[in-house]
Design a protein around this ligand. Structure first.
Ligand code: AP5
Length: 208
């Protein structure tokens, strides 16, 4: 299938958790703006340091920074047949810019109510060696790697409230924007990781 897929949803909806399955089925590379920004923060580049202030406050990084990152990423060879966007676009100006440089064939929206989000974010842990995402309650890590797990600095209750506010004010309107274009597929994300995975597979089989 030509064109890119957008994985859409609030913070902690399970986009990163489900992305691997979509990559496996479609062979499209995952392009996560959150991961790209965290890599820039780790490098200590001027852009990374500026982005960190927004991320730590739970605010969206300015559109021009994000659009620049995406333009650069889409020039790489592996993006030829489209990619899986994870966490992008997050504003209508980002979607409008994307429309000019790539074709979006479908948008999979993982829908989760706010009250489930806080528990998911606060309990999230990541394995820095493999990038695998765990959860203290919903997806415990094997005991032998527990000691090396890390928690993202923005995964605390205070920041998650700002992230949810940013989501509702700036990102959620994109659902109607994509729905008006006939591209939106809604998935109930308020279910177990396994059940959401089944819904994601069904959605992908409809669009392949
Ligand atoms: P980003 O890294 O994209 O964070 P996010 O959108 O807030 O999404 P998350 O990574 O928090 O959640 P996810 O949906 O991937 O959930 P996950 O699968 O890990 O962005 C970080 C920051 O960067 C932003 O705040 C912003 O500042 C900036 N940024 C990034 N992109 C930007 C853009 N385009 N424009 C402007 N700024 C941008 O799951 C969460 C947890 O729940 C895990 O522990 C998992 O194990 C668990 N879990 C998953 N599914 C389930 C389930 N079904 N049941 C129970 N638990 C589950």
């Amino acid at each position: 299938m030509a064109g890119s897929i957008v994985l859409f949803g609030p913070p902690g909806a399970g986009k990163g958790t489900q992305a691997g399955k979509i990559v496996e089925i479609t062979s499209k590379p995952q392009v996560s703006t959150g991961d790209m920004l965290r890599a820039a923060v780790k490098l200590g580049s001027p852009m990374g340091l500026a982005a960190k202030e927004y991320m730590d406050a739970g605010l969206l990084v300015p559109d021009e920074v994000i659009i620049g990152l995406i333009q650069e990423r889409l020039q790489e060879d592996d993006a030829d047949q489209g990619v899986l966007f994870d966490g992008f676009p997050r504003t209508i100006p980002q979607a409008e810019s994307l429309e000019k440089i790539a074709t979006v064939s479908s948008v999979i929206s993982i829908e989760v109510p706010d009250d489930a989000i806080v528990d998911r974010i606060v309990g999230r842990r990541m394995d820095p060696e493999t990038g695998e995402i765990y959860h203290v309650q919903f997806k415990p890590a094997p005991p032998e790697i527990e000691g090396r797990l890390i928690q993202r600095p923005d995964d605390n209750e205070e920041t998650v409230r700002s992230r949810l506010e940013a989501y509702h004010n700036q990102t959620a309107p994109l659902a109607d924007w994509y729905s008006d274009r006939g591209l939106l597929i809604r998935i109930d994300g308020n279910a177990s990781i396994k059940q959401v995975g089944v819904s994601v597979e069904r959605a992908i089989s409809r669009i392949l």
